[in-house]
Write a protein that binds this ligand. Sequence first.
Ligand code: PMP
Length: 427
Amino acid sequence: MSDTHARFDRARRHIPGGVNSPVRAFKGVGGDPLFIERAEGAYLYATDGRRYVDYVGSWGPMILGHAHPEVIAAVREAAGRGLSFGAPTELETEMAERVCELVPSMDMVRMVNSGTEATMSAIRLARGFTGRDKIVKFEGCYHGHADSLLVKAGSGALTLGVPDSPGVPAALAEHTLTLPYNDLEAVAEAFAHVGGQIACIIVEPVAGNMNCVPPLPGFLEGLREICDRYGSVLIFDEVMTGFRVALGGAQALFGIQPDLTTLGKIIGGGMPVGAFGGRREIMERLAPLGPVYQAGTLSGNPLAMTAGLKTLELIAAPGFHARLTETTTRLLRGLEVAATDAGVGLRTNQVGAMFGLFFTEAPAVTCFSEVMACDVERFRLFFHGMLDEGVYLAPSAFEAGFLSAAHGDAEIAATLASAQKVFAGFA
Ligand code: PMP
């Protein structure tokens, strides 16, 4: 029995599936997951004694690369002053000021501990603000695992084939309308029927939980118009895209202002953090100012604020996102050439340093049904081939990939050389 297999067996005895978040279990690709000992820059170091070029980046937060020395030093220093106080700190004010400066649609922001908490709270707030119950989401989008949002969900729910989770009361799920992503007509039609009952639309402005699917031109603009027309709240779930596709997130990249924004991942620099915020008029409905309740023992935790603030400071360096985007483009062009040379049908999607790989002969992948039509078996082969070569991709055909600033020429060259070998084996 391999060392990794023994570790996974041991984990499975007392942790359901051996993991604390389902996609980590490699169910989407088969085999045993790596156990990670440490990580640095673009690399994961696993208990099998090997190092892997990492394109998961802890599912998005590690935009600076792993264990960035300045982030680690700041967190070490903060830890010396105490781990949690449950009372206000100036760090929280600094974080709120910084976030509202970087994301101008946000007048106010509240910190929470995960993306799930952020979206769950934003939806409660939208419902409390409008006095309406229904929400609109899109098929294949994932917004965390709150009850209202586990309806036709993406990410691990999709990978495991349980997009509608048991345990979600039907009485709650019936308030969630799920529509096809990038289909504005479907949205207009739903609103024509029940628009007056819809509290909010929640959308990933770039879908990253059904692999990576960018918004078609006009889609986000159309959502904005429809929300304005019906008095519904537009929520951009930027847990993944925030500070990644541009410093100001997808809303800066596409020039659309949502009413509320949810954040996570990068804002915590690798620590457990989420945030939600937006228009003052809506945010002032939140306790203790208003009647909509939301709270958290560890919210605004000083270590998390420190890691997040240092990360936000470093990624604001001039040219940071342009460089990251350029490196990502080089990777994708290289993979496309390698695939074409080997006669393998591969399409790629990219928004900034977020990307999707699709094994298909179709000319483009722009919606959920096109994602689902891709060759998952080929993805599995590719995933394991690359893993053998020392390249760690997301272990599911339904997850976006991420680059960090630590991915340089050497990592891109090594990845492309590996891909050439793996594609050659497909023939
Ligand atoms: N929203 C989006 C867009 C996400 O990608 C995720 C997680 N991948 C979440 C919400 C949930 O965040 P968390 O896992 O921190 O609860």
